[in-house]
Ligand binder design. Sequence first.
Ligand SMILES: Nc1ncnc2c1ncn2[C@@H]1O[C@H](COP(=O)(O)OP(=O)(O)OP(=O)(O)O)[C@@H](O)[C@H]1O
Ligand SMILES: [Mg+2]
Length: 392
Amino acid sequence: MPKSPVIEKTPLMKQFEEETGKLAIWKGEISKNFKKWKKKKQQEEVKKIKEDMLSQSRIEKKKMKKDVKEDKVGGKDYDHLIMVENLHKTYLLGTTAVAALRGVDLTIDNGDFIDIMGPSGSGKTTLLNLIGGLDTPTRGKIFLEGTNISMLNDNSLAEIRREKIGFVFQFYNLLPQMTAMENVMVPLHFSGKLSRRGKRKKAMDLLRLVGLDERAHHTPSELSGGEQQRVAIARAFANDPAICVLDEPTGDLDSKTGVMVLNLLRDLNKRGATFIAVSHDATVSEFASRVFHMRDGKLTHEGKISGLKETEIMQLKRRQETEINKEKCKNKIFQYLYSNQGKVEIPISDIKSSIPNSIIMNLPEHFNDILQELIEENNIFGRIEGDLLILN
Ligand SMILES: Nc1ncnc2c1ncn2[C@@H]1O[C@H](COP(=O)(O)OP(=O)(O)OP(=O)(O)O)[C@@H](O)[C@H]1O
Ligand SMILES: [Mg+2]
């Protein structure tokens, strides 16, 4: 890697010198005392974050349990199909607490087709996973048909998922060895409500609904991407869900096939189905009835954008912003590598934790890809292996 003639004193080095009265740089090298002190500081920081999160989650859980008792409405006595209140989700990642959701409020009514757009890492999937009962929040409430589902145990959540939620993912997630019809029948087996014949009939009806009854006996590898996604949509509707959640439903499709899938969703929506989709793809918002934007774990505004022109401008603006963040990220990686010269193996999570959350959360690409690009651009002799950057 390129050598820096002078090591620049970082704020951490200044703090070390103030606290210990020792020099952080000695004869042009980073002193061993500083390295030891820094490691200890990092360990203390991780311990503190873990303790904070643990005590916060204990307090929150207690409070939420109390709230759940008070919030049991149930039955048909509710204003919205789904009501999300002040939703927070924090992940602990190495030495960093990642605030993926930071106070989201949202209501969803029967017949809505909601699209949430936002840059990579803004918290879209996290929000969908919470609404779909795949995960639980750190704080806040989610009411589904009037019942607070944010504190349910795993078994109750699994039941909610089976009975009330349909899922569609970017990469279809069909079982490769089964036919289209067998894939659609999978959720029907789990609910155990229909006879074998009943299940076959229902699966066939659903495949007809998505225009694939003639492909019922084909396996996923014999179907195109768009057809596989239509099978996934049929499967999502197997148990007549209250809502269908879609994570990047057109993310793996070319634009023409994507529009075909979106037309199908619009048809189903017109017949009463309720959707919440998250996407990078501005076309999805053209088909939705309500469009939100997500940024840094918050929903920024609601609006139905009229016309593709405006969305293209917004897309361009977002792309420019994320590109700026990528440059900032590369600069920070460089700073980190300079202050860790001599190290052969560096955990990538350590590099990542030296970069502000505001940058990490708004990157256009995966962090490792950006690191790889930086290695190549600067002729650094190094490679990425798992969570390690190995320099030689
Ligand atoms: N299981 C996890 N553990 C730790 N951090 C996570 C986890 N899942 C998500 N995150 C972090 O939470 C933030 C939000 O992630 P999320 O996947 O919700 O974003 P997204 O908007 O769906 O992004 P994309 O458009 O790339 O799919 C990111 O900073 C991400 O790195
Ligand atoms: Mg996502």
